[in-house]
Design a protein around this ligand. Structure first.
Ligand code: GDP
Ligand code: MG
Length: 361
């Protein structure tokens, strides 16, 4: 295990010791580490508030757990952390694999922690279901950050639906904020579902692109461009000046096709090299301008409140959905009914009705 893994990895929630190398308050860490019995929500919350990273990691593992007991405990912890949350800037960073998201986060992250920010990086990467390597890869790409006391890096859980993963990320944000991280970066692969979910949990949404690759080639859907508060063309150290200028022109044109945003903000196209650092400070400046504008015109609050409402309904839907499919009668009848639909012997609507009847009966 590399040092960065030990430093930032998750640990088991089962009260079996922790692997957090650094905590802000060493005393509270030892105290918790000696404990063998499961911790109470209060103890978790105390640890998180003290900036104990191992406790934070263990609480996030509870959020990610599918065990009902863990989830109940996690909800308790989140509830207690809520009053301390909300005091951060949440930034989503998306783009196809390889565009340079992790490198960008490493470069920008190091600059802002030098300015005194405390940064949490949450990475949602569905490809990690297939290869654990991509998570390790990210960690080596964010090596300096991973070894900093002012940064906390947490890869997404590797199981579950994208929507489910995203919901857990949203809950994780609260804990990170309660732990004193005032800037949250959420890295997500720009291929579909996940950024809609991420868009509804961040204040600013940044889309990374490459020059000369064409957006079809880059697998970016129009809808994702529409959500972007800025598009940054990365790797300008590599691309020719002409290709970069053309890409800027094209994306600017594309953005102008969208109706003016309710935020009063005009999304812009900028250029950078996450590798050399060129343009990175300007992007940070842009993000701060956005925050300033939307805080002043009230949109910042409005957006957060709408997001809260969205997650309320999302959570209800998820719970109802789970409850439905765990119903014994539904569980028992589902395979046969599904098979009949596949064979064309039963219409989808009748099939659904039969299962719903079984549930409501
Ligand atoms: N030349 C150049 N390479 C870059 C730049 N940013 C990232 N890379 C490289 O592109 C590859 C993918 O980067 P990574 O940050 O992992 O992309 P991600 O999949 O979007 O997170 C790595 O080999 C990086 O070193 C850049 O600005 N210029
Ligand atoms: Mg990455």
């Amino acid at each position: 295990m590399s040092q960065s893994d030990q430093h930032n990895d998750s640990s088991s929630p089962a009260g079996d010791g922790t692997n957090g190398k650094t905590s802000i308050n060493p005393n509270s860490r030892t105290q918790f580490n000696r404990r063998k019995e499961p911790l109470s929500a209060n103890e978790y919350v105390k640890g998180i508030r003290n900036g104990n990273r191992a406790m934070l990691s263990r609480a996030i593992t509870l959020i990610e757990s599918t065990k009902p007991g863990h989830r109940a405990l996690a909800q308790d912890i989140i509830g207690q952390c809520l009053p301390d949350s909300g005091n951060s800037i949440r930034i989503g960073i998306t783009g196809v694999p390889g565009v340079g998201k992790s490198t960008f986060i490493e470069t920008l992250g190091n600059r802002i922690i030098k300015k005194g920010h405390r940064l949490a990086v949450l990475a949602i990467d569905p490809s990690s279901t297939r290869s654990k390597g991509s998570i390790l890869g990210d960690k080596t790409r964010m090596e300096t950050l991973a070894n900093s006391d002012r940064a906390y890096i947490r890869p997404s859980p590797t199981r579950g639906s994208l929507g489910g993963v995203a919901r857990k990320t949203r809950e994780t944000i609260y804990l990170c904020e309660a732990a004193g991280y005032n800037t949250i970066f959420i890295e997500t692969v720009g291929v579909g579902q996940s950024e809609t979910a991420v868009h509804s949990m961040v204040d600013f949404f940044l889309l990374l692109m490459l020059a000369g690759a064409g957006d079809e080639l880059q697998g970016i859907k129009r809808g994702i461009m529409e959500m972007a508060d800025a598009i940054a063309i990365n790797k300008i150290d590599e691309a020719g000046g002409k290709a970069v200028r053309q890409a800027v022109r094209e994306y600017k044109n594309a953005l102008h096709l969208y109706p003016e945003a309710a935020s009063g903000w005009k999304p812009n196209v900028v250029t950078c090299s996450a590798q050399t650092g060129e343009g990175i400070d300007d992007i940070w400046k842009l993000i701060r301008e956005y925050i300033k504008l939307t805080r002043e015109n009230g949109y910042f609050e409005i957006k957060r409140n709408r997001q809260a409402r969205h997650w309320m309904y999302d959570t209800i839907e998820t719970h109802l959905n789970e409850h439905f499919f765990q119903h014994p009668e539904v569980k028992q009848r589902q395979p046969t009914i599904e098979q009949k639909v596949l064979e064309g012997k039963l219409s989808s609507f009748r099939a659904a009705q039969q299962l719903l009847d079984a549930y409501f009966k």
